[in-house]
Ligand binder design. Structure first.
Ligand SMILES: C[S@@+](CC[C@H](N)C(=O)[O-])C[C@H]1O[C@@H](n2cnc3c(N)ncnc32)[C@H](O)[C@@H]1O
Length: 249
C-alpha cells in the first residue's frame, strides 16, 4: 500500500479533511515505525488484514484527539475563541502591560485567533501559522479584507524546523501545547527553547470542550518546565484559561 493512499483515506472524515498532509504523513510514518509495520505495510494485501483495520482506527483516533474534534469557521463560535471573546481586550491589555506593545507577533497553532486583531490595540505585523488549511485561508482573507499587515503559512509544530520561523517580539501559543503533547510527550520544552521571540505567551484551557474541569494540572506541569529552563514568567487566569507570560530573551 502507498502512504499517500492511506493519508487520503484518513482525511475522508470531514473534520480531518483540511489537515495538512505533511502532518498526517509524519503520524503515519511514526506509527509504522513504533509498531514495526514498515515491511508489512508495503504488501498490497495488508489493507485486507485485521492489523490494517486496527492501524486505521488508531491513526484516526490520534488525529481526531490531537486535531479534529469540533471546529467552526465562525470566530465567535469556534470553541477556543468563543470562550475568550468577552475577555479579549482585557487579555491583550494584561499581556502587553508586561511585554510592551509588540511590533511583530507570531501566532503558532493560531486557529482563528488572529481574527481578534482589532482587540490588540496596536498594529503589529502578524505571522499566523497552523496545520489547518481551512483556518489559514479564513485568516488570510481576514487580513486582506481588513488591510492587516500579516502573513499566513503552514507550520507543523511537531515536525517542522523552528529555524525557519521569523524572530518576533511576542509569540502566542494559545491552547496548543496540550495538542502537541498528545503526539509527542515533553515536546513543549523544545518548543519554548527553539522559538525566537522576546516573549512567549502560552495558554491552557481549564475546562474540556464539554465544560468539565480538566484533570491534568497543566499549571503545575508547565511551571516545572519554565523553572527548569530558568526563565522569568508571570501567570494569570482569565475566564477558563491560564496564561503564562514568559520572558525569553
Ligand atoms: C485548541 S486550538 C487553539 C487555536 C488558537 N490558538 C486559539 O487559542 O484560539 C489548537 C490549534 O492548534 C493547531 N495545531 C494542532 N497541532 C498542531 C501542530 N502540530 N502544528 C501546528 N498547529 C497545530 C490546530 O490546528 C488548532 O488550530
Amino acid at each position: 500500500m502507498e502512504i499517500k493512499e492511506l493519508i487520503q483515506e484518513l482525511k475522508r472524515k470531514k473534520e480531518l479533511s483540511d489537515l495538512d498532509e505533511g502532518f498526517v504523513e509524519h503520524r503515519v510514518i511514526d506509527y509504522l515505525k513504533q509498531n514495526k509495520l514498515e515491511e508489512q505495510f508495503k504488501d498490497k494485501k495488508f489493507i485486507k488484514t485485521r492489523r490494517y483495520d486496527i492501524l486505521f482506527k488508531d491513526l484516526r483516533r490520534l488525529l481526531r484527539e490531537a486535531y479534529g474534534m469540533f471546529r467552526s469557521d465562525d470566530f465567535k463560535e469556534h470553541p477556543s475563541t468563543k470562550s475568550r471573546i468577552i475577555y479579549y481586550k482585557y487579555i491583550y491589555k494584561k499581556i502587553f502591560e508586561i511585554t510592551g506593545k509588540p511590533k511583530k507577533i507570531l501566532d503558532l497553532g493560531c486557529g482563528l485567533n488572529p481574527l481578534s486583531y482589532e482587540y490588540l490595540d496596536c498594529k503589529p505585523f502578524y505571522y499566523a501559522a497552523d496545520i489547518s488549511n481551512n483556518e489559514l485561508k479564513i485568516v488570510n482573507n481576514y487580513f486582506k479584507e481588513n488591510k492587516i499587515k500579516g502573513e499566513t503559512f503552514t507550520f507543523n509544530m511537531v515536525d517542522s524546523s523552528y529555524k525557519d520561523l521569523p524572530k518576533v517580539d511576542v509569540c502566542f501559543l494559545f491552547k496548543v501545547l496540550e495538542e502537541l503533547e498528545l503526539i509527542k510527550r515533553d515536546i513543549s520544552e523544545k518548543v519554548i527553547k527553539e522559538i525566537k521571540a522576546d516573549w512567549i505567551i502560552a495558554s491552557f484551557s481549564k475546562v474540556t470542550l464539554g465544560g468539565k474541569p480538566i484533570k491534568k494540572m497543566w499549571r503545575v506541569w508547565f511551571e516545572k518546565i519554565i523553572k527548569k529552563l530558568g526563565l522569568y514568567y508571570v501567570i494569570f487566569d482569565i475566564g477558563d484559561e491560564i496564561f503564562f507570560v514568559i520572558k525569553k530573551d
